[in-house]
Design a protein around this ligand. Structure first.
Ligand code: NAP
Length: 251
């Protein structure tokens, strides 16, 4: 087996997660633990939820769990790049994100800042610490959740969509710069997933379960590139990108 094939067969034994209280992240962690992951490093801002989830993982799977409580928009934390140090893991997963309230953001600068920070600005220093010159020479993966909302500005969610578009564009640049490196960048353009984030806004028929998300992603764990999730969002977003502005104004 050549080294490339051996990598494709390799299982993720150690995984680092930013935004680990996200239901999507939790389903991915559970699926990873089922598949033999031995170490999870979970970063979130809610201690109780994190402790409960860590307990659940330890009780049900043979996995070592470390939790770290951080609010990524904490100014003092953010101002020192040393705070963002990360260890070596097989997979780095970024699910932190914040939909926010588009209407409030128009009149409340704090809400605007929260949306930009939690989806874009607050994520970049982590990616800087992960994708170092040394690490991109190693066989490991970075998965980042962006959103189909990044594909076209729409009246209902353009604060969130523009922040995710920034993150998406940044990750696309990183993906291109690592195209000939062992380091795999996977950008996940998610459509509606059944989580608290979309509870009241998404049509149920278009919502995919978090367990399904985990299964799809772990079917090809070492995939790199940009991926719509599920796949049918690619043609949907193709159409949404080409319809005239008059029609988009209704979305
Ligand atoms: N659900 C969807 O339909 C959908 C669609 C497209 C893309 N996405 C993206 O997919 C990812 C996962 O989605 P989800 O539905 O699981 O979202 P979620 O339940 O809202 O989870 C997002 C996670 O990010 C964490 N987070 C937000 N701001 C933070 C901060 N300042 N510091 C630390 N952690 C922070 C949240 O922590 P707390 O638990 O403490 O709030 C939460 O655990 C997100 O990036 C989302 O934007 C989701």
């Amino acid at each position: 087996m050549n080294s490339n094939m051996a990598f494709k067969e390799k299982k993720f034994k150690s995984v680092w997660v930013l935004g680990s209280n996200s239901k999507v992240a939790q389903s991915i962690c559970i699926e990873l633990a089922k598949k033999g992951c031995k170490e999870l490093f979970l970063i979130s801002r809610d201690k109780d939820q994190s402790l409960n989830f860590a307990e659940f993982l330890k009780n049900n799977y043979e996995v070592k769990v470390t939790i770290k409580i951080i609010d990524i928009k904490d100014k003092e934390f953010y101002n020192n790049q040393n705070n963002f140090k990360v260890g070596d893991f097989d997979l780095y997963l970024i699910t932190a994100g914040y939909l926010g309230n588009n209407e409030n953001a128009k009149i409340d600068l704090q809400e605007t800042k929260n949306i930009i920070f939690n989806n874009y600005f607050g994520i970049l220093p982590w990616i800087n610490s992960i994708a170092t010159a040394d690490r991109i020479e190693k066989e490991c993966s970075l998965w980042v959740f962006t959103s189909v909302a990044a594909d076209r500005g729409r009246p209902s969610n353009y604060y969130y969509g523009s922040a995710k578009a920034g993150l998406h564009n940044f990750c696309e640049g990183l993906l291109a710069s690592c195209h000939d490196k062992p380091f795999c960048v996977r950008i996940i353009k998610a459509g509606f997933i059944a989580t608290p984030l979309t509870l009241s806004i998404a049509p149920k028929i278009l919502c995919i379960k978090t367990s399904k998300v985990a299964k799809i992603l772990l079917k090809k764990p070492h995939k790199r590139g940009v991926e719509y999730l599920p796949w049918f969002w690619r043609p949907i977003m193709f159409l949404i990108r080409i319809v005239p502005t008059k029609l988009v104004s209704k979305l």
